[in-house]
Design a protein around this ligand. Structure first.
Ligand SMILES: Cc1cc2nc3c(=O)[nH]c(=O)nc-3n(C[C@H](O)[C@H](O)[C@H](O)COP(=O)(O)OP(=O)(O)OC[C@H]3O[C@@H](n4cnc5c(N)ncnc54)[C@H](O)[C@@H]3O)c2cc1C
Length: 376
């Protein structure tokens, strides 16, 4: 058995983010959802806490924490507002990783500003006809002697309406495999579409993005031509563990509130938690939450020890996201009509948790890949 006793640093990270979320995020969470606007002020405050640099070395301007500490911070943020947690995790991993890994001095200026929350980034992989199947991406970069011309259509780009730069997956006209480009949004030919109306994580604004012959200097290629899929693989396990932590966060909020409600809501002369049917529901939630959380910590600890973790990160993501949706569903049943009222947060958890089934790979895609890891 792995020992998940947290060390002093990890305890401090958890406390710092827990206190921040209690004081600053929870009172705003409903408004973030209702306003459907990027939570700019809180985003900046999360930046001030050093969150965006947690997974980068101090030598690169980061705050350099292990992934278990990062997961603890993600769980706390997601407990308060999954919308806020989604935009912050996007900024801290996907939007910035390739700039850190492959950016030259000019690109690294954006990276450094992004770590402080002064610039906002997004990742453009998905297209109207390319979701799970990234190899079918059609966005093209024509190769010229001293520049590229980027054209194509992206969709579901988190933070696009407020973004200063994108990391864009495309195919060059001289290679069949994916390449990655850095694209500042102020360049001519970058068009941001209107925000997509969503079921959940509504404060994490998302929209279509079009590139119309956007001229990119050669140094905006991140990594090698055709090296995009391999570069993505470097961070995939971490994205999945992070998405699993998002799921644990929202599930924990639903669980804790359901337990409290079961203790205080009185029907037929006693708290509803005294009825066996309700108690079994709470126990079912506890079993799912504890097992999922421990597995996510286990996957994170493998990563921190630099041990193989591809399969484990997929199991963590699949299991935690499915459990989170089940837990939010059970919480909604315990709250009954109050779980159905927009005034209370249970409906938001239920809607928000759906996102964790999609981001970082659907359960079907993860299941297929877990099978492949098992030699099938
Ligand atoms: C809120 C939100 C934010 C997002 N943010 C971003 C972002 O910032 N950047 C970005 O690039 N993308 C983003 N996405 C897009 C997300 O990554 C894709 O939605 C995801 O990859 C799935 O693609 P799809 O929705 O096109 O579904 P599809 O790939 O079309 O899948 C549809 C269904 O078919 C199943 N399926 C597909 N292929 C197979 C197969 N081989 N075997 C079995 N079943 C299969 C899937 O599991 C799913 O159930 C976001 C999505 C959401 C909802």
């Amino acid at each position: 058995m792995m020992d998940f006793e947290l060390n002093d640093v990890q305890e401090l990270v958890r406390k710092t983010f827990r206190d921040f979320v209690e004081k600053e995020v929870k009172p705003q969470a409903q408004a973030i959802d209702e306003n459907k606007e990027f939570p700019m002020k809180l985003f900046k405050k999360v930046g001030d806490l050093g969150f965006f640099g947690m997974r980068y070395p101090k030598s690169a301007g980061g705050t350099e924490f292990d992934i278990l500490s990062y997961c603890l911070a993600v769980i706390e943020l997601a407990k308060g507002s999954l919308s806020l947690a989604v935009v912050c995790t996007m900024q801290s991993l996907m939007a910035t990783f390739f700039l850190y890994k492959y950016g030259d001095e000019e690109v690294r200026v954006f990276f450094n500003q992004a770590l402080k929350g002064e610039k906002i980034g997004g990742i453009c992989m998905t297209e109207p006809n390319a979701g799970s199947d990234l190899n079918s991406i059609r966005t093209k970069a024509k190769v010229f002697e001293d520049h590229f011309l980027l054209s194509g259509q992206k969709t579901w780009v988190t933070s696009a309406p407020v973004a200063d730069f994108f990391t864009v997956f495309a195919k060059t006209d001289n290679h069949e495999k994916l390449s990655i480009f850095f694209v500042p949004t102020h360049l001519e030919g970058v068009q941001i579409g209107k925000a997509i109306e969503k079921l959940g994580v509504r404060g994490s604004v998302t929209s279509e993005v079009a590139f119309d012959e956007v001229k990119l200097p050669k140094n905006y290629l991140l990594g090698k031509i055709g090296g995009g899929t391999d570069s993505l693989r470097e961070i995939l396990a971490e994205i999945r563990i992070m998405t699993a932590a998002l799921a644990i966060g929202v599930a924990t909020a639903a669980f804790e509130e359901a337990v409290e409600y079961a203790k205080t809501r009185v029907q037929f002369g006693r708290p509803i938690g005294k009825f066996q049917a309700v108690r079994l529901k709470v126990a079912d939630m506890a079993v799912q939450l504890e097992t999922a959380r421990h597995y996510v910590f286990y996957a994170a600890s493998l990563s921190d020890k630099d041990l193989p973790r591809q399969k484990e990160s997929m199991i963590a993501k699949l299991y935690a996201s499915e459990c989170a949706n089940s837990i939010c569903d059970i919480a909604s049943r315990i709250f009954a009509s109050y779980g159905y009222a927009m005034e209370y947060p249970i409906q938001r958890y239920l809607r928000d948790a759906r996102f964790t089934l999609i981001g970082g790979g659907t359960s079907e895609i993860l299941g297929i890949n877990i099978g492949r890891e098992l030699g099938l």
